[in-house]
Design a protein around this ligand. Structure first.
Ligand code: PRE
Length: 281
């Protein structure tokens, strides 16, 4: 698969490492994540698809959702998806040799093994999805086996866009490191993860991210046929006339409690490996 969003082989390392450019990509990814979540939220939670063994699968003990994700990744590996430096598989054991010739991406990141997808998937299933699929003020929707395939397909898109978002932290971290190695080298040498976390944190940017996201969720999640974007009784659950497509609160909570913290963990863990094989080691 050719470049995902901004790392075509033609992109220069200088552009890939410019912090405003990286933040612009993070803002674009907000839209991608949001639209995929809105697609997922039209179906019930369907807890059965996350339970291994609940839905019989030929030759596999995985949950239905994992099986769909793994099968997709196996196919996508053949068309180069995971050669792109902003793509990380959830199932590294499913990777196959690409059938297309390798693309030459510019070497922007320091070689590293950071992949937080297992933690991301766990949080997505146990915390993000229940918030996104709930419609405030309404009873939980019953399982709908006719939507199992649609829900699992939407999950693939949600998880992959979230994974891209959090692993973008590597580019953010590389950019910050390149700007201030004198700040980071001693912290990394001392394995001071908390110190690194503080050095990469920009509280004003985080606040802006959450404010923008709330606005986007309110706008994209409203049905324009009904004026249900605000006013009393028009909160997350919508009105009698129109149900919101997604809860703004759930989207903000997802970013505040999971997406931003995981992005920061990616940044910290990437930096912890940043001195390997350098003159600073
Ligand atoms: O934009 C940055 O500087 C980032 O590190 C990304 C990000 C985020 O996840 O949105 C994470 C940590 C910072 O505190 C601010 C924002």
């Amino acid at each position: 698969m050719e470049s995902t969003i901004d790392f075509p082989p033609s992109a220069t390392p200088a552009l890939s490492l410019s912090l405003p450019h990286i933040r612009h990509q993070l803002i674009r990814l907000e839209d991608t994540v949001l639209f995929h979540l809105i697609e997922r939220a039209q179906f019930p939670l369907n807890a059965s698809i996350y339970t291994p063994g609940r839905i019989p699968l030929p030759g596999s003990t995985l949950s239905f959702s994992d099986w769909v994700l793994r099968s997709q990744e196996e196919l996508q590996s053949k068309i180069r998806r995971f050669q792109s430096p902003d793509e990380h598989p959830f199932f590294p054991d499913a990777m196959q040799p690409p059938i297309l010739p390798a693309l030459l991406y510019p070497q922007v990141l320091w070689p590293n093994t950071v992949n937080l997808n297992p933690e991301l998937k766990q949080r997505y299933i146990t915390s993000v999805l229940p918030g996104v699929c709930a419609q405030t003020g309404r009873p939980e929707r019953p399982e709908a086996q006719e939507n199992y395939g649609s829900a699992a397909s939407a999950d693939v898109l949600c998880l992959q866009s979230l994974s891209r978002r959090i692993h973008y932290g590597k580019f953010v971290a590389e950019s910050k490191f390149a700007q201030h190695p004198e700040t980071f080298v001693p912290l990394i040498k001392a394995a001071d993860r908390q110190g690194i976390d503080e050095a990469i944190t920009d509280a004003a940017v985080e606040k802006k991210v959450l404010e923008r996201l709330r606005l986007k969720a309110e706008m994209y999640g409203a049905d324009p046929n009904f004026s249900n974007m605000g006013g009393p009784g028009n909160g997350n659950g919508g009105t009698e006339q129109g149900v919101r497509k997604i809860s703004g609160e759930a989207v903000v909570a997802m970013y505040r409690d999971h997406v931003i913290p995981l992005t920061k963990t990616v940044e910290v863990e990437y930096l912890m490996q940043r001195l390997r094989g350098t003159e600073w080691e």
